[in-house]
Design a protein around this ligand. Structure first.
Ligand SMILES: Cc1cc2nc3c(=O)[nH]c(=O)nc-3n(C[C@H](O)[C@H](O)[C@H](O)COP(=O)(O)O)c2cc1C
Length: 182
């Protein structure tokens, strides 16, 4: 069965990003795919520019999950007007791993979503999108940009337009994977 990994870059194990991902996972599962929400909460991602590898931060296990999946969605909550540095370190680690291992990201399907109270959503989305467009991945669209607004945990689920947008995106990711894999 095809699988989609939803990688949250929030420091909160059950904050808005994870809660939004749980709803997106239901949409993906309804399309007949497996979905797994993975959180970076509590992790400390090592410098992605260590070309020798030999990391000891637990992130290689997550990279292995991504390698074995057909889809990857990443979620960045906005902190201080931008995507958090651990999400960018994670994306660069994944890209480096793919380059060193047969470009395993090639033609996987996915893209980013951004979550915030109000400011910095567009630039955060754009920063994460750079990863997908340079790793030979396929990024479906939605009916608006993939951004959800909310502050306290669970508030993002009340942003009806934002939730509809990211759910449609999740559906399009599953739709595209199903088309590719027959
Ligand atoms: C230290 C800190 C900085 C934040 N900076 C921003 C910001 O620049 N723009 C914004 O719209 N929201 C900002 N927020 C609000 C978060 O983006 C918002 O609470 C979001 O839902 C958190 O997602 P999470 O629960 O998945 O971590 C900030 C929150 C914290 C705690």
């Amino acid at each position: 069965m095809s699988k989609v990994i939803l990688l949250s870059g929030s420091p909160n194990a059950n904050g808005n990003t994870v809660q939004v991902f749980n709803e997106m996972a239901k949409v993906i599962e309804a399309e007949g795919l497996e979905a797994e929400v993975v959180s970076l909460a509590g992790m400390s991602i090592e410098d992605p520019m260590n070309f020798q590898g030999g990391y000891n931060d637990g992130f290689d296990e997550i990279i292995e999950k991504i390698k074995n999946a057909e889809g990857l969605i990443v979620g960045g909550p906005v902190y201080w007007g931008t995507v958090r540095s651990d999400m960018m370190a994670a994306l660069q680690r994944i890209a480096m791993a793919s380059m060193q291992d047969g470009n395993f990201l090639s033609r996987k399907v996915g893209g980013p979503i951004a979550v915030a109270r109000r400011g910095g959503l567009t630039s955060t989305l754009q920063e994460m999108l750079m990863f997908f467009l340079s790793t030979d991945m396929i990024v479906p669209g939605s009916t608006y940009w993939n951004m959800v607004m909310g502050q306290g945990p669970g508030q993002a689920l009340e942003d009806e337009e934002g939730m509809n947008t990211v759910k449609r995106f999740a559906e399009n990711v599953a739709f595209t994977i199903n088309k590719i894999n027959g």
